[in-house]
Ligand binder design. Structure first.
Ligand SMILES: O=C(O)CNC(=O)[C@H](CS)NC(=O)CCC(=O)C(=O)O
Length: 274
């Protein structure tokens, strides 16, 4: 059994306050005995306007956000999956990579995955359309399957809108993933309709645990996110979920023997013909 934590945040436009909130909840997770904690997409910053984050872009491997993450992992001896960090795009000051970075308990960086699918979507809110054009300020990650070795096993990395592209997760499970991480800032509208069903489907079809830390509440832009941070098992059961629309820690004990018994008794991953 391995205790893991998904951290729900309501990230605002004050970097220091956001890092402080992340620290407090990672500390709470570590004190509860979690071996791994996962922070949501954009945990460090959500500004009034999409381009505001460009000012925080850090070169790969250095900068205050990455230093904070490395220190935090080491200080609490916990593996840390950092939703997304704005990493500079060489030669393009107008966009950042949405990088999901993983740190080990020693503070060393274990993996980097850049979000592949960008949310260029018009969300129909009944009386008006809410327009998202993520690719205007975000650079596409190069398609890749990234599996990070952690204290909670092999973790397949993805971010938010990626959840709608099941082929990514099939590739991750074929490369050994037993836990799928989906840090998110889902819209309240699409979240209500699709969040739980998509998370549980990815868990069932890939026979993996799913850990999905989300943003919640209203942000500086006026947009609302869905919250409902959850951890799901390989049978599709929700092991733990945050019901409150406020920041907090969601904990679950992952039983990897049970995962293996699910894969043995219902060997759908071995029955694939395509
Ligand atoms: O709203 C914000 O400011 C923050 N949101 C995000 O950073 C990202 C990119 S816009 N959100 C998603 O990918 C939502 C996906 C989603 O909601 C879906 O697939 O339905």
């Amino acid at each position: 059994m391995t205790l893991v934590a998904a951290i729900q945040l309501n990230t605002g436009a004050d970097l220091d306050a956001n890092l402080q909130a992340s620290r407090t909840l990672v500390a709470e997770a570590a004190q509860a005995g979690a071996k791994l904690a996962a922070l949501p997409e954009n945990f460090a910053f959500m500004g009034r306007k999409d381009p505001d984050k460009l000012a925080l872009a850090e070169p790969e491997g250095s900068g205050p956000i990455q230093q904070f993450l490395s220190d935090l992992a080491r200080e609490y001896a916990i593996d840390l999956i950092a939703g997304t960090v704005p990493v500079a795009v060489p030669g393009d000051p107008g966009r950042v990579y949405p990088a999901c970075l993983v740190y080990g308990a020693s503070g060393a960086r274990l993996a980097r995955y850049d979000k592949i699918h960008l949310f260029d979507v018009d969300v129909d809110r009944g009386d008006h359309i809410e327009r998202y054009r993520e690719s205007a300020t975000i650079a596409y990650g190069e398609p890749a399957y990234v599996v990070a070795p952690t204290q909670a096993g092999a973790v397949g990395l993805s971010v938010c809108y990626d959840i709608r592209f099941p082929e990514l997760y099939r590739g991750l499970v074929q490369r050994g993933a037993e836990l799928l991480c989906i840090p998110a800032a889902f819209t309240d509208r699409t979240g209500e309709a699709h969040w739980e069903i998509l998370l549980r489907a990815r868990a069932v079809e890939n026979q993996c645990f799913v850990i999905a830390p989300g943003q919640c509440g209203t942000h500086a832009s006026g947009r609302k996110t869905w919250g409902h941070t959850m951890i799901v098992d390989a049978w599709g059961q929700v092991l733990a979920e945050r019901a409150e629309d406020t920041p907090g820690v969601v904990l679950a004990d992952l039983d990897f023997e049970r995962l293996r018994s699910v894969r043995e008794s219902l060997p759908s991953l071995k029955h694939r013909r395509l």
